[in-house]
Ligand binder design. Structure first.
Ligand code: HPA
Length: 246
């Protein structure tokens, strides 16, 4: 049986339509997760929701305890994660308020606790990470977007930067040359940790702003919030369609 969790990012610290059944505050061998794990009913489906940055939003991307979050979800029996994340748009079709379902990742983050396999064990475990996102979950999300008539981009490479500062124009230029379509700060190590625990993982990336150097103007928090508001409203419709169908 599948048990699904949604990890909400900036702009999605709670799910408005979720009928809360219980809240779990878990301790893990890796420390304290970002927030309570909220089990609730969305439509006629039971899901678990976790606010990645805490609720209220308080953990910067490099301070999130990704291992505690993913471990906690696994402990609760989760085997599928839909991660919602705000991103900057790099390539032409990734304008503000656009939603994309990325299919690849390049990791530029550093110094984060990024694996469950770092103790001396019987052997070193190297997981396959050729395709970081679950194809099956991505396909379902793409179908749900069609049903909800929300125009999404069904692929894209997500570049994960360290933050919390935004990037320089030159960094974005380099990322574009290296194949990134989107830039965010939380996709890694989250995706890899889910893979290490054998949890299917896919992301809904909501473009909040053009990435650095893509427009003349500076990136402001006000701009980010405005676009996220629209993007997250679409994401809610999209998730509703997902849970009605699957
Ligand atoms: N860069 C990195 N992360 C982001 C951005 C950005 O421009 N916008 C939203 N999250």
């Amino acid at each position: 049986m599948s048990k699904l969790a949604i990890i909400g990012g900036t702009g999605l610290t709670q799910l408005a339509d979720l009928k809360i059944i219980k809240r779990d505050q878990l301790a893990t061998p890796y420390g304290v997760p970002s927030a309570e794990f909220i089990t609730g009913q969305l439509g006629n489906k039971e899901i678990i929701f976790l606010a990645r940055h805490g609720n209220p939003h308080r953990f910067a991307p490099h301070k999130i305890n990704y291992r505690a979050n993913i471990w906690g979800l696994k402990q609760l029996g989760v085997n599928q994660i839909i991660a919602v994340a705000a991103v900057g748009g790099i390539t032409q079709n990734m304008g503000p308020a656009q939603i994309a379902i990325p299919d690849q990742i390049i990791d530029y983050s550093y110094g984060r606790e990024h694996t469950f396999f770092d103790n001396d064990q019987e052997g070193v475990t190297h997981i396959d990470f050729s395709y970081p996102y679950s194809q099956q979950l991505r396909s379902k999300l793409i179908t749900a977007a069609e049903i909800a008539q929300i125009k999404i981009i069904p692929c894209g490479t997500y570049g994960c930067t360290q933050g919390p500062r935004l990037e320089t124009a030159a960094e974005i230029k380099r990322m574009e040359q290296e194949g990134c379509d989107l830039v965010g700060m939380t996709g890694m190590p989250e995706a890899a940790l889910a893979k290490e625990l054998n949890i299917d993982y896919a992301a809904i990336a909501v473009v909040a702003n053009w990435a650095a150097g893509k427009t003349e103007s500076e990136i402001t928090m006000a701009e980010i919030e405005q676009h996220l508001h629209k993007g997250m409203a679409d994401t809610s419709l999209f998730l509703k369609a997902y849970f009605e169908k699957y």
